[in-house]
Design a protein around this ligand. Sequence first.
Ligand code: C2O
Ligand code: CU
Ligand code: CU
Length: 418
Amino acid sequence: IESDGSKHFSLTMKPGTSEFLPGKTTDTWGVNGSYLGPTIRVSRGDEVSFDVENKLGEISTLHWHGMMLPPVMDGGPHQMIEANDTWSPYWEIDQPAATTWYHPHLHGKTAQHVYQGIAGMFIIDDEDSEKLPSNYGVDDIPLIVQDKLFTSDGQFTMNEDSAYGTLGDEILVNGTYDPYLEVTASQVRFRLLNGSNARAYNFGFTDGRSFQVVGNDAGLLNEPVTLERIMLSPGERAEIVVQFEPGDETILRSYSRGAGIANGNFDILKINAASELTESTPISGQLSTVEPIEVPEDATLREFTLTLKNEINDKLMDMQRIDEVVPAGAKEIWVIHNYGSEHNFHIHDAAFRVLDVDGNEPEEYERGRKDTVYVPHGATVRLAVEFGNHTDLNYPLMYHCHLLKHEDEGMMGQFLLV
Ligand code: C2O
Ligand code: CU
Ligand code: CU
């Protein structure tokens, strides 16, 4: 949605139908349209407000994933929107440039509501944004990647009995099946969002070309890092910049990383470069001017154990229980041990830097601001976490595994910012 200056946005969640597979109709949900929702783009310092109307015929919520905001505006499990009701959150955008997103978060129903199609991108700009291609739809392109299972008559179907939840065998990008893109610029920024329920992607290009990683989930990197593969687990984002020569043909593909959630090779997007391209100066040097997150020496340290029963610290989510109490604006060390299968870990109203994985420093391209992190089986991940600075004694925030089946089954805890 273009902002109209007032930074007020009207969103309606509603059912519809879409055609993904040629000649077949799929019942879907969408925001304002029939599948997915509009990209919202605002700048740091904007006062934004929303009317979120629920026309789904059942209760839901709309959560702003990656946003720093007052807890009551978060859209998590406690901010339920009854059928036919409208929820009107508002807050001031106060965080560095980032590619965030929105999706439902009704406890026990998140997997289904996201899978049906409620999700969209939410882009924040600041003065560092202009160092990168920023012409939306031309050289700044959102790629919401989701895997789906279809029935023979073209309906979405889920497989929630499996260990990780639904892993689809077809890919949709921005709600398009078998997508194709013609690029017209010599340098294109792709905002990759893994909007899948369970699958992880290991992105790369079939012609072996490298790309520059310029941003993690919650902000731009201080400097670009050249890479050939980048893995994103559910909920994670990355911004990459790719160089093209006129007439180039390539495919963005996901390359299997063995068994589990990153299993299987998938063509994600066919890309052709036009015979004439708009030239732009290659990016270089400093991107983000935001200092990396550092914690004080006496920082509080909290440990979270992900178990084989898909619990966190041997507990399942309880909407009535507060698991942690964190001072607003605190910087803490959170240590995540994964003694279970494959999981990741997301914290609301917070940004973090990965300190180490099993004692090893993360790769250079993983050292930026994040809000969701992959936690391999058997691994311990330490995070330097910076929390939002709005207190709320009534409404807790969530931390959880972002494999939506796990989350729905209770792999989630609640913390208050006080
Ligand atoms: Cu993407 Cu708690 O959510
Ligand atoms: Cu979130
Ligand atoms: Cu999990």
